[in-house]
Structure formats: C-alpha cells, structure tokens
Design a protein around this ligand. Structure first.
Ligand code: AMP
Length: 322
C-alpha cells in the first residue's frame, strides 16, 4: 500500500539543554514521512515557500519519499516553528509559530496522492485535514494527529475531522483536554463511543483505535476490546525530542500500511506500536531529522528485538495467600 501524508513542512529553530539548531528541516509531515519510508511508499502533500531549498527536498528524496505534491509558493515563506526545552524534555515552550504559506493553503492532490490506501492527517488546521480526508474517500485506513492549539480554537472542526478517521493519535494531555476526562483510559473510551450507529444498525463512524503518546513514558493503545502499552525505549541520552510524536506515527502507520492483507487485529497493532516506539527512540538521539537520515533497517530490527526482550515477562503462577 502507499501512504499519503498532509501536514507541516517546516524550518525549526530548536534549543535544548544539549545544543541548538537554527532553521533546520522539520515539520510534522517531514518527520512522519522519514519514519514511514522504512515501511512503504510515502507521498507528502503540503506547501513550502521559495526559501525552501532543494537540499531539504533531497533529504526526503534520499529516503525514496515522493515530493511531487510539495507545492512551492512563489514569494511565500515556509512554515516556521521555534521551541525551547528545559531539563524536563517532556515539556517545551513554543517561542514562535509562523504559518507562512499554510495561510490560505488549498490542498491540491495529484491522482497519485489520491490513490493511496493509507492516509495520515498530521497536525495542521483541522479544516485542512477534513479537506484532504474528503479527497481520499476510499482510503482503507486513515489516522489523525492534532494538538492543544486546535482543541482551543477549532474544537468543532477538529471533532468533525476525528469522526472521519479510523485512528486518533494524541498526547495524553490532549486526550484529557479534548474529552474533559481526567483519566486516560476513560478519555479514550469516550472517543471510542462517539457516533454509535443509529438504531444499532449500519456502520459506526469515528475512530476504533486510540493511541495516547506519553513522551518519555511511552505510549498506550486503546481499542473497543483491548488495551496495550509500551514504555519508551530506555535511552541514556536524549538530545532533541522534536518530531518524536510524528516519527512515532510514521512507524505505527508505516507498519500497518506494510501489512495490507492482514486484518487490523490486536496483534498487528501491538507490533505496530513496537515499531513506532523504536523509530521515535532513534529520532530523539540527535537534532531534527539528523539521526533518521542515517538510520538503517538493520538498526531498527536490532532495537525491536531488544525492546521485545525487555517488555516480556512470564505468567509466573504463584499460590497467593488470601
Ligand atoms: P512533535 O514534536 O512530534 O510534536 O512535532 C514537532 C514538529 O511539529 C516540528 O517539526 C514543528 O515544525 C511542527 N509544528 C509545531 N507547531 C505546529 C503547528 N501549530 N502546526 C503544525 N506543525 C507544527
């Protein structure tokens, strides 16, 4: 299957306690595409300004990503984000966001991008997410990410967008904010209960898979009949968490897209969660896309088996007192 992703393609200026970078390649769609490219064909949809260089496009091309639907807007400025992290890398301050060419952007998808079976609506204005969703009515699996900003200023549009997808990927705090439920599992179950079919007949709209990202604590998966969670891969050195969430999504959705003939079972979702966790762990080892640019399939496989070993335990039956 092939994957289409729409979302920010950005220049990021980032400062962490371990260093800083000015106007490096970033954006949700970029981090997602780099990770998903290890699993399947990926097409990126989104605008850039004429300040966006060919060298940046080459980073994506080198990973085999199709960039033909990246639209260069003459005289426009590429989306810019500036953030700073303190010692607690789980939280960050956004110092500047300049939408640039995303203001007034009308997504025009080529036939190729419209024909993908799998669609990822990366974090961007929810009206844009709905527009692109409408252009792929027959996609077999659609996932969406968002952020607190859109819950604050465009909640109704975001809820409509969420109701049109199969899988919702959010930070745990955003899931709580969206539902008003203080408990993560209860928040996920609330979204899973949205839009029951009228009179119990017909298809239920809305996501059947909820993934809660929990930063350095890992991620949880909630479905109507299951729960699964993984810790983050334990790294001794984390340099820059920017894009970890999108890289996680790229691993998750990429793995699902690479198994087109397998039912979307609990087993498939768990393996996808493991690949997502491993991809995200590589992303945070260096700034921006630096580490993923050098990553190899062999390194991914080795870390998957380490994660497998460290998250297994036996049933250990014991006759308990009481
Ligand atoms: P993450 O760390 O996974 O949340 O993703 C960070 C990436 O999202 C950065 O590369 C930014 O360029 C991008 N980003 C930050 N704020 C926004 C926003 N408001 N809309 C779209 N993308 C954003």
């Amino acid at each position: 299957m092939s994957i289409t992703v729409v979302g920010s393609i950005a220049y990021d200026t980032v400062k962490t306690p371990f260093g800083q970078r000015e106007r490096m390649l970033g954006g949700a769609a970029v981090h997602f595409a780099m990770a998903a490219s290890f699993f399947d064909d990926v097409r990126v949809v989104g605008p850039v300004g004429d300040d966006f260089g060919d060298a940046q496009l080459d980073v994506l091309r080198t990973r085999g990503v199709d960039v033909s639907d990246i639209e260069r807007i003459e005289g426009g400025k590429t989306f810019f984000w500036q953030g700073e992290y303190g010692w607690d890398l789980n939280s960050r301050d956004t110092l500047d966001t300049q939408l640039g060419v995303f203001e007034g952007f009308q997504p025009k998808l080529s036939d190729g991008s419209r024909s993908s079976d799998v669609l990822f609506l990366a974090n961007i204005q929810p009206d844009l997410q709905r527009d692109v969703r409408g252009q792929l009515p027959h996609a077999s699996f659609v996932a969406l990410d968002s952020m607190n900003l859109w819950i604050d200023i465009a909640r109704d549009s975001l809820v409509d967008a969420i109701e049109s997808v199969d899988c919702l990927i959010l930070n745990d705090a955003e899931l709580r904010q969206l539902t008003g439920k203080p408990n993560l599992v209860a928040a996920a179950r609330e979204i899973l209960s949205w839009n029951p079919p009228a009179d119990g007949a017909g298809e239920r709209r809305g996501p059947s898979v909820i993934v809660a990202k929990q930063g350095e604590y890992g991620a949880a998966l909630v479905t109507r009949d299951g729960f699964f969670a993984l810790p983050a891969y334990p790294l001794e050195s984390v340099i820059d968490p920017t894009g970890a969430g999108d890289t996680f999504a790229g691993g998750l959705i990429g793995y699902i897209a690479a198994h087109p003939h397998e039912e979307l079972s609990d087993g498939l979702l768990r393996r996808a969660m493991a690949h997502a966790t491993v991809l995200a762990s590589f992303n945070v080892e260096e700034f921006g896309t630096e580490r993923i640019e050098r990553l190899t399939g062999r390194e991914i496989v080795a870390r998957i088996s380490e994660l497998h070993a460290m998250t297994q335990f036996s049933g250990a039956p014991l006759q308990l007192r009481g």
